[in-house]
Design a protein around this ligand. Structure first.
Ligand SMILES: Nc1ncnc2c1ncn2[C@@H]1O[C@H](COP(=O)(O)OP(=O)(O)OP(=O)(O)O)[C@@H](O)[C@H]1O
Length: 607
């Protein structure tokens, strides 16, 4: 569940609350015990840290005045109980004990750090998976509108920003807060005067540093997040339009835009880096001012110089330990502020995009799925559809009755609604009015998953991977059904091609099928649908970009399909593609305006 606006406003400025809230979303119930154990161990380390700090005091006391071993009750008890005779040997043993303690403490602390990093890696996988789920559940038009640069940034860059800019600093902050609190509590109990000195010097300066840097960091983070997709976008344009840009002599201009944007980004990142280092410098200065003030107090106001020296020693020791911790605390919060926008991107963007006009895969996960077979007919009953935000319908009152095994063609001028109609049949879009029925059953959310399994889709630019032919047909099926593969290859008229290749169907086809002709690519798309055992095959503009010879090859595949019981819906600009159709519907402005037979239509067009 995502938080409502009220909570959102309240949390908006509280980076710690917001970070904890967001983290909660990405920790699954079985991982909660881990986080408890890690927090407990972190607490133990903090206590050990304070013990280590406190242990330095008796050792330095013994060094400054050896007679303390006898006069101090506690030290004397150890000295006598363990049968020590030589004070020097006793001090040596104390030092070895101290060393051993620090060694073990630091080994344990490193192990906990390792556990923590492992846990953060798990969270990072959860974040990426959750982002991918979001996009795979997106309505088609939103997905297309988004563009690949946003997709890249949202699934790779933003999760990485979130982990490195929010989760790691949050864990570091929690570690340091525990240490600081325990040290401060120890000082309060042991030396209230020192506690007061720390309170007067360190607390206000820490607060001031935080106030100064937090807003600067947040605005820096926002700017960085804005600029990052710009670089992705320019790069993607350079990649996709390499040829055209080169011919138009615009490649250098594009490179310039990329470099300019990266320069701005690096400047912002450098500033963020400086902001992260500054607090330590300021805290160090404040600590030195504290030392000077204790000195002045000792010289002018104290009657007991020993007390001043002890106070100075303790102040120096605790500042020495507290300074890095306070610095890390501040740096963590400043970093979290810098990357706050990553939380906004993860939690709030793309969450409310699911409209009723599309079924998202998230919806399907939660809906009980029913079986569906297609044995008789597919009916489109008074279908109307408009895109969100558009008043005009893209489709109006579409009525169709398609029998199993029929081949149906769709023609019409550009923008008449052919692709929209196919997207409705494929259930990428959902009608505003009317219904689609398969064998009398309404194609609602409960039957969408089963329907996805029975339809195949071949577009003009068939999706092809840089893999072998068989991998492209089976889409990396782990248990390939060889009989079905052979059937699909034959029906899609790919057999002669495969037989001519030295590695047969194991031949790699290059990026986007660059080693194949247009017709061969389309036929791989058809074979894929056949391998999937699709009952319905949608060919959208599958032959419009092909030359006559390759079009003939694809048409041959369509003809072979017409002899099977597969239902084929063909959207075409080329009339010859529709030769095997039982009927051809003509669309205009979202209406079906005519029904044709191939021969009549061909004659009409020839006249
Ligand atoms: N994502 C979208 N958002 C808003 N309107 C859209 C969207 N996609 C298509 N349309 C509009 O819907 C109408 C039908 O478009 P569609 O793509 O279905 O036409 P088409 O007949 O397939 O055209 P073509 O032959 O050029 O592919 C057009 O007016 C188009 O502008």
């Amino acid at each position: 569940m995502f938080i409502n606006c009220f909570k959102r406003k309240k949390m908006k400025n509280n980076i710690l609350g917001l970070s904890l809230f967001s983290l909660n979303k990405y920790i699954y119930s079985y991982q909660r015990l881990n986080i408890l154990i890690i927090t407990l161990f972190t607490f133990v380390i903090s206590v050990l840290d304070v013990i280590g700090l406190a242990a330095i005091v008796p050792v330095t006391l013994v060094f400054s005045d050896v007679s303390i071993v006898k006069s101090n009750k506690f030290l004397n008890l150890i000295f006598v109980s363990f049968g020590f005779e030589d004070i020097k040997y006793f001090i040596l043993c104390l030092l070895i004990l101290l060393l051993g303690f620090f060694l073990l403490k630091n080994i344990f602390a490193s192990w906990v750090l390792f556990m923590q990093s492992k846990f953060i890696t798990e969270i990072s996988s959860n974040v990426v998976m959750s982002q991918l789920d979001k996009f795979s559940g997106m309505p088609l038009w939103e997905f297309n509108n988004m563009g690949s640069s946003i997709l890249l940034s949202s699934t790779l860059q933003i999760p990485s920003n979130y982990i490195n800019g929010i989760v790691r600093p949050l864990f570091a902050f929690i570690n340091e807060v525990m240490i600081v609190l325990i040290i401060v509590l120890g000082i309060f109990l042991f030396k209230p005067v020192l506690f007061l000195v720390l309170l007067v010097f360190l607390a206000p300066s820490v607060f001031l540093i935080y106030r100064v840097f937090k807003n600067k960091s947040e605005s820096l983070g926002d700017k960085i997040l804005e600029l990052r997709p710009v670089s992705f976008n320019v790069l993607s344009n350079i990649f996709n339009g390499f040829l055209e840009l080169k011919l138009a002599n615009k490649l250098n201009m594009m490179k310039g835009r990329l470099v300019e944007n990266e320069k701005k980004l690096h400047m912002l990142e450098s500033r963020a880096y400086v902001y992260q280092g500054l607090p330590l410098r300021i805290i160090e200065l404040v600590a030195i001012i504290g030392l000077v003030i204790i000195f002045i107090y000792g010289i002018y106001f104290s009657s007991d110089p020993k007390e001043t020296i002890a106070l100075l020693g303790l102040f120096a020791a605790s500042s020495y330990r507290l300074m890095p911790s306070i610095n890390r605390m501040l740096t963590s919060v400043v970093t979290m502020k810098t990357y706050k926008s990553a939380i906004d991107e993860l939690l709030y963007n793309y969450d409310n995009i699911y409209s009723k006009k599309s079924i998202s895969s998230n919806d399907l996960k939660h809906k009980e799925q029913a079986e569906l077979t297609f044995e008789s007919e597919l009916i489109l009953d008074r279908i109307s559809f408009s895109f969100p935000g558009y008043d005009k319908n893209a489709l109006n009152n579409i009525n169709l009755r398609i029998k199993k095994g029929e081949i149906i063609g769709f023609i019409g001028s550009s923008g008449s609604g052919k692709t929209t109609l196919m997207n409705l049949i494929l259930r990428f879009y959902i009608e505003n009015e009317g219904a689609i029925l398969v064998d009398g059953l309404t194609l609602d959310e409960s039957r969408t998953k089963a329907w996805y399994q029975s339809v195949g889709y071949v577009k003009q630019d068939t999706f092809l991977m840089d893999a072998s032919i068989r991998e492209n047909i089976t889409l990396y099926d782990e248990n390939i059904d060889e009989n079905r593969l052979t059937y699909a290859i034959k029906q899609a008229s790919l057999l002669s091609l495969i037989e001519s290749l030295p590695s047969g169907d194991r031949t790699h086809i290059g990026e986007k099928g660059s080693k194949l002709s247009g017709g061969q690519r389309q036929r791989i798309g058809i074979a894929r649908a056949l391998y999937k055992n699709a009952n319905v095959l949608v060919l959208d503009e599958a032959t419009s970009a092909l030359d006559n010879e390759t079009e003939r090859e694809v048409n041959e595949s369509i003809h072979t399909l017409s002899l099977t019981d597969i239902t084929v819906l063909i959207v075409a600009h080329r009339i010859t593609t529709l030769r095997d159709c039982n009927r051809i519907y003509e669309l205009k402005d979202g209406y079906i305006i005519a029904e044709h037979q191939y021969n009549q239509l061909a004659e009409k067009l020839l006249q």
